[in-house]
Design a protein around this ligand. Sequence first.
Ligand code: ADP
Ligand code: MG
Ligand code: MG
Length: 890
Amino acid sequence: MTGFVRDFAEGDRSQADLLGGKGANLAEMCRLGLPVPPGFTITTEACRAYLRDGVVPDGLDTEVGEHLARLERQMDRRLGDPSDPLLVSVRSGSKFSMPGMMETVLDVGLNDDSVNGLARHGGERFALDSYRRLIQMFGSTVLGIEPKVFATALAELKDDRSSVDDAGLAVDDLRELVSTYQGLVLQHAGRGFPQDPREQLDLAVRAVFDSWHTPRATFYRQREHISEDLGTAVNVQAMVFGNRGASSGSGVAFTRDPATGASGVYGDYLQHAQGEDVVSGIRNTVPLSDLIELDKPSYEELLRNMAALERHYRDMCDIEFTIEAGKLWMLQTRVGKRTPEAAFRIAHAMAGEGLVDLDEAVLRVTGAQLARLMFPRFDDAVAKQSLTVGIGASPGAAVGRVVLDAGTAVTWSERGEDVILVREETNPDDLQGMVAACGTLTSRGGKTSHAAVVARGMGRPCVCGAEALLVDLVQRQVQVRGGPVLHEGDVVSLDGTTGEVYAGAVPVVDSAVVRYFDGKAVEDPVVDAVAALLTHADGVRRMEVHANADTPEDAARARRFGAQGIGLCRTEHMFLGPRRVLVERLVLATNDSERDAALAEMLPLQREDFTRILAEMDGLPVTIRLIDPPLHEFLPDLTQLSVEVALDDEQGRGNPTRHRLLAAVRAAHEQNPMLGLRGVRLGLVIPGLVAMQARAILEAAADRLAVGGDPRPEIMVPLVSTVGELARMRQVLAGVAEEVESRRGFAVPHRVGTMIEVPRAALTADQIASEADFFSFGTNDLTQMTWGFSRDDVEAAFFPAYLAEGVLAVSPFESLDTEGVGSLITTAVAKGRQVRPNLALGVCGEHGGDPDSIQFFESAGLDYVSCSPFRLPVARLEAARAVLRGDARR
Ligand code: ADP
Ligand code: MG
Ligand code: MG
């Protein structure tokens, strides 16, 4: 079928591209035989042509004329007929719902003559009120007159008549208002209000087309990632009138509660009103259930229609309807928006009712929604005082006392205080403080700053880049620019979802879903839904889900949250805190025996760490990464140490050990530590260190075996660029294994593999696979090195501008860059498996818990994703959805 116009009776719901969502669904309701006021849709194609050429496409006017004539025959009335006029609404509606963003003009077809015809059938007051509404709406949306021009005139008239609402105006007042409005149109638009109904219609259609490009619509599309190129359809529909007295009215309704997901209809109704009045909130609506008293037949018919729609769409629908003099009309429907709670409950309930199968139910909920359900949040019902707003970097709600450094955070939390760590920005030294705090607040950095990444990993709330905060470590206080001073110890509340910071303690509601995962008894329909859908997802997914967990506590939680192993156990925290002195001693060692002594002191501490983690993860693989970060992260800061040593010398307190430490720190100093001595390189330069770690791991495993445990250690070598590094490292590890096994007298099964996080490693994965039992893609470093972006500096540098300008749509650190980094991954997968078909493949790093990235890992054929314990349920769900979506495409 060609042409730019379709009758409602011609289309169906599959045509949202062409007819817009509203038009397609109006057509679908017609097909279902529901009472829809007749009309036709001008296609998005016509809109695109108009927006491209600046004029409506050839033939459109004729086509509109033909469809209008048909509509007039159907309604047995003519547009703008002076005796009994047909009036139409001209409604926008694009493929994706953009509520309230574009224009709609009602009552088109009224003029100085037809207003009398309308009065004859509906009363004078109703007719005049409709007319003045048309002039107002048309004047502002079509002729571009400031809405307040009309609002002022109306207010003045009401003032004059000392009446507060429109109902207080007499028929003569309305007549006067119509003529005042017409004068205003002439004055502000330089032309009179068009009396020709067809001209009104044509101008309104163009205005709806034009409303695609209003700033608010453009902004909305940017935020919702809707393409600029789609354009809007225009629906021209016979008007029905809800403002025709007490037996008329308008309402909105949902087939289930969109907030909670509870079954049972839900909605609002307003007697003697048009649809616009219901949403605008000028008058108070009544609950939909009251309609049963007002108009039982219409109520029952509406409920039947809603049930039919839900059965037909197999989903929760939202509906706009109008009752004109006891006759029900359906004006709009669509699959309704809902909260995350409602999404889970509705999908679960519909599976139970047999409306959808469980696969479909799993496809109807998202990992992002599940994540939202897992954060504690502030009680919405409580008034709160906002101090400032930063970037919501890690969702959730946190309340606690302000502390200004990690040490204080630890001490205060140990004595039972809830604390919020407030820093200009954080670095690895703050980690213990962040662990101790229930939330972190920084004045610098954004969503990929250290604080944000770490907090998200922990599932702990974080607000970053609250620039109005001046952290003063000398006075131990935080000045809020243009606001109060917070002293250390004052209570604040952080909303990691919105970035809002509040003074005082805002009441927090715990996540029932998390309590359930933690093994507590919870009675909550949302939890039931989450549990049921996740169980099904676990049966569907192909990829395993592992956790990034560094401590026995994390490991235990990971298991409760469904981990099938640990995909990344970082060992660096094992060198921080009080153990730091051991690293210093190692670096200061002048001979082998001093070095061995330092290592010997570290060994039992590490062994203990590993024993406990292997015990928590008994029977499941635990991938332990050998020491990775550059040594300087464990040593004192060069500048600070230089100053301290100089001061000591000046005051005659100089001390040779401190001098040696300074010399060592200076020698180890690098311009680009991220591109320097770290990962496997460190292991090769200080071999004793890796051997000690390997011994700790294997002895821990041996200890577990000795007591009947089932340890499954996997030793992972970081930052390999060439197979030679891995081969040497394997030799060291093999030596240690041989020694441990011969001393214990039994074998200690383990595997050795590598991270793929340097592009060269991905490109030479065939060579590397000859020395590796497994690969784990370290997508953080791989992204950093593929793009040449420092992931620690993205906030400071050009990155925000890149995102703002649209050079990048999303940060490749948040969502995997499938084209670039992704192609390195698929290359490495293919080359690796070619050499070693049973090579185990996984991913660790932030992307392991990101829904879009998980979709990619599924298609790349990885065996598992690894993510923070808190993200595990999200990963379980998304891994299943990736399979189901893949099936659907096949
Ligand atoms: P939006 O997309 O902003 O909801 P709509 O096109 O749905 O805009 O129209 C706005 C209001 O006008 C709605 O409340 C609707 O009920 C009302 N309306 C639209 N068309 C008609 C009609 N043919 N008869 C009566 N009311 C209508
Ligand atoms: Mg609407
Ligand atoms: Mg790395």
